[in-house]
Design a protein around this ligand. Structure first.
Ligand code: RTP
Length: 155
C-alpha cells in the first residue's frame, strides 16, 4: 500500500547543543533513519538569539525562557527536516517526554538524558508547527525533495 500525499508530513528535529557536545549526533540521526523516515534537510548551525526567541516564542512568559535561549544559542545545533507518514507524532514518541526522567527507556531522552534543561533534542508538536519551524530554520535551497529508490519501504 502506497501512502497518499495527505498522510505525508514534515517535522523539524533539532539536536540541541548538549547532544552535539556529547557526540550523540550520529546516534540520534540513526534512530530516525532506522525508523524509516526520509531526511530532507540537515545542517550544523550556530543559532542567533533572535531565531531562538522566535522558535520558542510561545514560551516567552515562562520563567525558564532566558535560560532556554542561552542554552540553545550556547553552541552549534544540528537542524533537520524529516518527512514521512505520521512523522510528527512518531518523532515525538521516538524523542520521549520533555523531562528525561519521565521518558520511557527506548526513547532518545529516556536512554540519553537526565535533565529537562538538557534534553538533547527538539521535535515539532504539530504538522503546522513542523512547516513553520522548517521555514524558520532553513532557506528554501537547503531542503531537498527526493524520491527514495526503495519506495514504498522508505517513506
Ligand atoms: P521541545 O520543544 O524542545 O521538543 O520540547 P517539548 O515540546 O517537549 O517541551 P516544551 O514544553 O515545548 O519546552 C521546550 C523546551 O524548553 C525547555 N524547558 N525547560 N522547567 C524547565 O526548566 C523547562 N521546561 C521546558 C526544554 O529544553 C524543553 O524541551
Amino acid at each position: 500500500l502506497v501512502a497518499s500525499m495527505e498522510e505525508v508530513e514534515q517535522t523539524y528535529i533539532m539536536i540541541k547543543p548538549d547532544g552535539v557536545q556529547r557526540g550523540l549526533v550520529g546516534e540520534i540521526i540513526s534512530r530516525f533513519e532506522r525508523k524509516g523516515f526520509k531526511l530532507t534537510g540537515l545542517k550544523l548551525f550556530q543559532c542567533p538569539k533572535e531565531l531562538a526567541e522566535e522558535h520558542y516564542k510561545d514560551l516567552k512568559s515562562k520563567p525558564f525562557f532566558p535560560k532556554l535561549i542561552d542554552y540553545i544559542t550556547s553552541d552549534p545545533v544540528v537542524c533537520m527536516a524529516w518527512e514521512g507518514i505520521g512523522v510528527v507524532a512518531s518523532a515525538r514518541k521516538l524523542i520521549g517526554a520533555t523531562n528525561p526522567l519521565n521518558a520511557e527507556p527506548g526513547t532518545i531522552r529516556g536512554d540519553l538524558a537526565v535533565q529537562t534543561g538538557r534534553n538533547v533534542v527538539h521535535g515539532s508538536d504539530s504538522p503546522d508547527n513542523g512547516k513553520r519551524e522548517i521555514g524558520l530554520w532553513f532557506e528554501e535551497g537547503e531542503l531537498c525533495a527526493w524520491a527514495a529508490v526503495q519506495e514504498p519501504w522508505l517513506i
